[in-house]
Design a protein around this ligand. Structure first.
Ligand SMILES: NC(=O)c1ccc[n+]([C@@H]2O[C@H](COP(=O)([O-])OP(=O)(O)OC[C@H]3O[C@@H](n4cnc5c(N)ncnc54)[C@H](O)[C@@H]3O)[C@@H](O)[C@H]2O)c1
Length: 316
């Protein structure tokens, strides 16, 4: 785990997690593990019980990965359904409410009116544009995107990008805060829908769907073409560094000289599938065949235990 600042050196001690579904509960577990004061707010009828259960479930892995600080406990979680009470005196908010622009604009305006001026609000939004989300806030400078990957308590990447009114100080403090939580934040220089990683995933998925639609292989074999092949290298290096090595001693320059022509012909042939209800049905049938007798719970358990082993091996 890389760590350049402690939460206390950043004056971030009290954190609110607003919206505690899949993503919020996972963030709450990570923040608790690092010994922060964590208050969770979610109006859902069963939200408190579900959040506590998810945090308990995440704790063994967080312990195994060395995130749990002395004295930290999942029982320290405070649940407060009332937003105003939850936000009193907090330094940092991680927002994980439903992914709807109008909803988040309203919620941000409400949070802005309640929060002390120094508090930062980071949104987990998977792809909304911060300039629009912060548009009705008086202290718009403290709103930023801090986009994690599921599950945030395990995957290191956090994409950080400000809107047109976000201050440089908010971006810098958010990056330092995520580093202090053992994350690997990256800084986007400009806003784009879907940020970076979801656009990359979407590009790959579009072609995977196209290949399935064209019956080039089964859904299971197309998935294996990623997970049994380049996906293994992508855990270590991104596409540029991977091809830098693909060029041997000549690096990326040789790779491009040698293979850019053929790659260009593949780019020209990539598909843009019309994902009709019939195609959706075929993809679902294909993935069910790939899953076989394994339930979603089985697959999540396998993903998280193998991911933990991988993160330990890679020292992340
Ligand atoms: N699921 C993913 O893979 C993923 C990954 C990265 C980022 N995200 C982003 O995280 C956010 C949450 O996604 P999720 O998958 O956890 O959704 P989810 O549906 O699991 O959880 C959303 C939660 O928000 C709560 N909520 C509704 N109204 C609220 C309000 N007024 N105040 C506070 N909470 C409220 C709901 O009760 C629910 O518990 C979205 O912005 C999404 O784009 C999701």
């Amino acid at each position: 785990m890389s760590s350049t600042a402690t939460p206390s050196s950043l004056d971030i001690r009290r954190v609110a997690v607003v919206g505690a579904g899949t993503i919020g509960a996972s963030w709450a577990a990570l923040f608790l593990a690092h010994g922060l004061e964590v208050v969770v707010s979610d109006p859902g009828a069963h939200a408190e019980g579900q959040t506590r259960a998810r945090v308990q479930a995440a704790w063994p892995v967080l312990t195994e990965l060395g995130h749990v600080q002395p004295g930290a406990s999942p029982d320290a979680l405070r649940f407060e359904p009332d937003l105003e009470a939850a936000l009193a005196g907090v330094d940092f908010v991680q927002e994980n409410a439903p992914e709807r622009e109008d909803f988040k604009i309203d919620l941000f305006e409400r949070m802005d009116a309640i929060l002390p001026p120094h508090a930062i609000v980071a949104s987990s939004s998977s792809g909304l544009i911060m300039s629009r989300l912060q548009s009705r806030c008086r202290h718009a400078e403290r709103f930023v995107i801090g986009h994690p990957f599921n599950p945030p308590h395990l995957i290191p990447l956090v994409e950080v990008v400000g809107g047109s009114q976000t201050s440089a100080a908010t971006i810098d403090r958010s990056i330092a805060f995520y580093r202090s939580m053992g994350k690997h934040p990256i800084r986007l220089n400009k806003e784009v829908p879907g940020h970076i990683a979801n656009r990359l995933q979407a590009a790959l998925w579009r072609e995977a769907i196209h290949l399935a639609a064209e019956n080039v292989a089964t859904v299971a074999d197309i998935d294996a073409a990623v997970s049994q092949g380049p996906g293994l290298r992508w855990a270590l290096f991104g596409p540029h560094m991977t091809f830098n090595l693909g060029g041997g001693e000549g690096g990326l320059a040789h790779f491009m000289h040698h293979l850019l022509g053929p790659v260009q012909t593949w780019w020209d042939d990539l598909g843009a599938p019309d994902v009709t209800p019939e195609l959706q049905r075929r993809l679902i049938e294909g993935v069910n065949a790939e899953a076989g007798h394994r339930s979603i719970a089985d697959l999540v358990e396998a993903r998280d235990s193998q991911l933990t082993a991988l993160l330990k091996t890679l020292h992340r």
